[in-house]
Design a protein around this ligand. Structure first.
Ligand SMILES: Nc1ncnc2c1ncn2[C@@H]1O[C@H](COP(=O)(O)OP(=O)(O)OP(=O)(O)O)[C@@H](O)[C@H]1O
Ligand SMILES: [Mg+2]
Length: 296
């Protein structure tokens, strides 16, 4: 009896905790990834993306207006850079394209159809996302398993396709130089790899799926100039033409984009090519000047 009573506290806390877990499991998300509704986003063609007067506040912080009438248009197969001060809403743009949230008003469309109309899984499979620190998205498994992770018919992916994707992501030589090659273990959170290598594995993961939309959120921000260049070279050598949105603090990263969108407080304040934006001597020009000062 004495021994049993010692467990009483654990039993009651286990009871309340398990209730919380069951509540969590029963939660019905507003945007369910299990939904079978909606049309399929055919992933053969590059996709055009447009934001039309989008307003958005995070459900957890209704007092903060994050996007305030955001409007821009991205041509299929083009590369667009998004720049702007910290907190202006750049990463939010990506969360909305992925449909992690729905906008409060306005419309986001892909290939001229509102993204709400697409089947959520088909939408997300068409998107490859590479963030600043892909650590949390690498699992203690082999390089091959990490790259093919989550592809429903992963077994059908031939070695040729895997090798090709790694070549395009500029990581093949490195993988082949390892004694175990594709069977090398990445370690917990990719600890066996350098930042640049993790970044390129994340990129290979997107490329092997032929993701028609690549979203890069500060993908190369934590890398030195040389590793950044090797990721960039990878992107330039893709054998297909995805639509790329690249968010970068370092302006050099997005300098050669087809278009650059400058955001401020959830709005677009300027857009054009690097050259055009330099010529109008506005916000972008200011940012360029600031960075030249800070890097000298
Ligand atoms: N999950 C969230 N819940 C509540 N507020 C958020 C959430 N995520 C971001 N915000 C707020 O929304 C605003 C825009 O954030 P966002 O992450 O889009 O900025 P950003 O332009 O990507 O900034 P950075 O350059 O620092 O990455 C910020 O003020 C931020 O505090
Ligand atoms: Mg961000």
């Amino acid at each position: 009896m004495g021994q049993f009573l010692g467990f009483l506290k654990d039993i009651s806390s286990a009871k309340s905790t398990s209730q919380e877990i069951f509540d969590l499991l029963d939660t019905k998300p507003d945007i369910s990834s299990e939904s079978t509704h909606g049309s399929q986003l055919t992933d053969k063609e590059p996709s055009g993306i447009s934001f039309d007067d989008v307003y958005f506040r995070y459900p957890q912080r209704r007092d903060l207006a994050v996007l305030n009438g955001l409007t821009f248009n991205i041509k299929p197969g083009s590369t667009v850079g998004i720049v702007g001060q910290s907190g202006c809403g750049k990463s939010t743009v990506i969360s909305l394209i992925e449909r992690f949230y729905s906008p409060d008003s306005g419309n986001i469309s892909i290939n001229a159809m509102s993204i709400g109309g697409y089947n959520i899984n088909s939408l997300r499979s068409a998107i490859g996302l590479v963030t600043q620190e892909p650590k949390s998205k690498l699992f203690p498994a082999t390089i091959r398993q990490n790259i093919l992770l989550g592809i429903p018919e992963a077994k059908e992916i031939s070695d040729d396709i895997l090798v090709q994707a790694c070549k395009e992501a500029n990581i093949l030589k490195f993988i082949q130089s390892l004694p175990e090659g594709f069977n090398t273990l990445c370690g917990v959170r990719g600890s066996m790899l350098s930042g640049g290598q993790r970044q390129r594995i994340a990129l290979a993961r997107a490329i092997v799926r032929r993701a028609q939309i690549l979203l890069l959120d500060e993908a190369t921000a934590a890398l030195d100039v040389e590793s950044e260049k090797s990721v960039q070279d990878g992107l330039d050598n893709l054998t297909y033409k995805p639509t790329i949105i690249s968010i970068a603090h370092r302006l050099n990263t997005i300098r050669d984009s087809d278009a650059i969108v400058v955001m401020d407080q959830g709005r677009v304040v300027e857009q054009g090519t690097h050259q055009q934006l330099i010529e109008i001597r506005g916000r972008y020009f200011e940012l360029v000047q600031q960075q030249q000062l800070t890097t000298v």
